[in-house]
Design a protein around this ligand. Structure first.
Ligand code: CP3
Length: 352
């Protein structure tokens, strides 16, 4: 065991070591459910201003750790900054989520320009350096990026999509030009992950939030294969840095992500049965997940039971406790504190 992993339980769990008690962090652990985040966001002006201000982004990153005994921090940013670095105009409309100037099928494709991206995302890398310098001892610092398919759904759809008809339709009608788009995004994503690791991240997560929109054959081409190439690219520069894949909605295809892409950990959404994940995914890699964010919102017995079921199924193998999706803005912060207690006291506190 290296000194590094010895001091950082989350990092060592991502490397496949079973921990005495599972480490925990939460997707979207910084965000609107925290009053101090809302205050910071108001001070920054807009969400993107917050993302691109290294001092404020570091503050948002550290806020949840001041309240809760979490084992990881995820850099405060967004997956869509990479689309912007590729030259796609991005803005956030209050209460409506992201909007982008859509790339048209048959039109000109964005190009990856390493230097332009590095310049555009310099504030993100500066924030990462600052987080590394100020993170509490023992906390694992996570960088992240969106997966090519998920980024493509926003870049082609112009925002959040209901049926993914524009992006999927393009992939079906003209797979050759669509694969050029995916390839461009893939290069941008790999470079962004490598730059975050260069800046001091311990590990990275790749969010494929809309993997569940694709049937298996398409999933192979647009999600599994690109992730495998991203893992190879990142590992060629940072061989020891763990990579977490998060193919939300992929269901039984999670097994292929775990077995074929080379990720060190797979983050599962709340629909994946923990017992199935223990049998089919843990033999390949660390499993991360998968509490329903609504159980966290509800609290009480529902929260205790849901958390125990996950811990009992997965806690004996390589495991990181997390949600199946991000923390909901309405979540009472006290429920997060209770969840931390539940996980930290397992298995003694709540059983058997
Ligand atoms: O997890 C973290 O705490 C780190 C920061 C983070 C954010 N977004 C901050 C954010 C991360 C890792 C993301 C990932 C992200 N962003 C994904 C993948 C994960 C997922 O949720 O599926 C996606 C699809 C996006 C794109 C995006 N950004 C959407 C669809 C939205 C609007 C959703 C909403 O809740 O309003 C955002 C905005 C966003 N990203 C917020 C935060 C804290 C809310 C912005 C605000 O303060 O108003």
């Amino acid at each position: 065991m290296t000194v590094d992993t010895y001091r950082k339980p989350l990092l060592s769990a991502l490397r496949g070591e079973v921990q005495q008690r599972p480490p925990l962090w939460l997707m979207r652990q910084a965000g609107r459910y925290l009053p101090e985040y809302r205050a910071l966001r108001a001070k920054a002006g807009s969400f993107l201003d917050l993302c691109y201000d290294p001092v404020l982004a570091v503050e948002a990153t550290l806020q949840p750790l001041r309240r809760f005994p979490l084992d990881g921090l995820i850099l405060f940013s967004d997956i869509l900054v990479v689309a912007e670095a590729l030259g796609v105009k991005l803005w956030f409309e209050e209460g409506e989520g992201p909007r982008l100037k859509a790339i048209a099928e048959g039109g000109s494709l964005p190009e990856f320009d390493a230097e332009r991206q590095r310049r555009h995302l310099a504030p993100v890398y500066e924030a990462m350096e600052r987080v590394g310098a100020t993170a509490p001892a023992g906390a694992t610092v996570l960088g992240f990026a969106g997966a090519p398919w998920t980024l493509a759904t926003y870049m082609v759809g112009g925002g959040r999509s209901r049926d993914f008809a524009a992006t999927k339709g393009w992939a079906y009608r003209d797979p050759n030009s669509f694969s050029r788009l995916i390839e461009t995004i893939r290069q941008a994503v790999a470079a962004h992950l490598i730059a975050q690791l260069d800046a001091g991240a311990d590990a990275v997560q790749v969010f494929d939030s809309w993997a569940g929109a694709l049937p298996e054959s398409e999933l192979t081409r647009w999600c599994v294969e690109p992730l495998k190439m991203i893992v190879a690219d990142v590992k060629s520069v940072h061989p020891a840095a763990p990579i977490i894949g998060y193919p939300r909605g992929a269901g039984v295809a999670c097994e292929r992500f775990a077995a074929e892409t080379g990720v060190d950990a797979i983050s599962i959404d709340s629909t994946v049965p923990p017992v199935w994940a223990a049998a089919r995914l843990q033999p390949h890699c660390t499993v991360q997940g998968n509490l329903d964010p609504v159980a966290l919102l509800a609290g009480g017995d529902a929260l205790r039971q849901a958390a125990s079921r996950i811990l009992d199924a997965l806690g004996q193998g390589p495991f990181v406790f997390n949600l199946g999706e991000g923390v909901l803005p309405q979540t009472p912060p006290e429920h997060v504190a209770e969840l931390c207690d539940l996980v930290r006291s397992w298995p003694d506190g709540n059983r058997r």
